[in-house]
Structure formats: structure tokens, C-alpha cells
Design a protein around this ligand. Sequence first.
Ligand code: CU
Length: 192
Amino acid sequence: MKTLIFSSVFSLLFLAACSNGSNKTQSTTTSDTASSQAAISKSREKGSSTAAILSAYIKLKNAFTTDNDKAAAAAAAGNEMVTAFASFDKKSLTPEQDKAYTDIYDDAKEHAEHIGANVGNIAHQREHFDMLSKDIYDLVKLLGTNQPLYVDRCPMYNNNKGAIWLSEVKDIKNPYLGKAMPTCGTVKEELK
Ligand SMILES: [Cu+2]
């Protein structure tokens, strides 16, 4: 009983000390808080700037997991992904980021257009999806992501050369082999 009383008194004291401490911090660092809030909202903007592109990519990837060449074409060219890339606001980028973004964009746009133009030839669409996935990986490394993403790798695609893709879910749903081997692959990296 004694121990119990002691420990609850102790935790009350601890709580009191804790809340005092945080009050003090709040009142003395108003300007710091304001500037860190600005930094947070700036980094959120940064993440959300890739959001439209990533959501188009995920739609595209999910279309490939179910071998749906028409849905893949629609997500890529119809013109969700192309539009998302084109409407991306580059104002917040540094000159180096701008250059890197432009390189990624030029490459990714071509792959998205080929995927859009190749309904009926899912094998060829997937060749472009392989290269597009590398671009999207580079894009996330460059500008971040608004949602956690998994970098998965299929070891068998392209005559066992393998290929990566990005996924919004931890479970493996293979976009290269589709319904033939839906769970082939492993998570290689997590991007946040
Ligand atoms: Cu092509």
C-alpha cells in the first residue's frame, strides 16, 4: 500500500513537472514554434506536390497487378499521369532539384505515353512500367512522398533480371507477373 501511495504521488509530481515544463517551453519559444510550424507546412507542401503523380502511379501499378491493360493505359495516358507531371508546380524547387525533376519528367512522360498507346500489348506496357518505376523511385528520393511507400522487387521479371515497383501496401501484389504470380517479390525498402 505504501508503495502504491508513493508511486501515485510520484507520478502526480511527475505529471505536474511535465506539464509545467511544456507550458514554459510554449511561452518562451513562440517565435521558434512559429518558424518550425512554417517549416512543417513547407515540407507538407513538398510531400503533397508529388501526391498527384504518386496517386496516378499507384493506379497504374494496381491495373498491372490485375493484368488490366486498358486501365493501365487510362491511368498512364488518359492522361492522369501525364497531366499530374505537367501540372506539377516547380516554383518551390532549387535549381538543382529543378534540373533533376525535368530529367525525370522527360523520361517518365515518354514511358507513360507508351503505356497509354499500347492497349492490347501488356508485355510492352510492362517494359515501360519497369523504366517508369525507376523514375518514380528517383522522384520520391528527390522530393519526398506524402504517404509511406514500399519499394518491392520482382526477381523474375525480364528473364530474371528483376524489376522494382513502388507500392502503397506492404503485401506483395506483383504488377509484372500479374495474376500468374501475384505474390512473387519482396519488400526492399520503405520510403516515408
Ligand atoms: Cu513503347
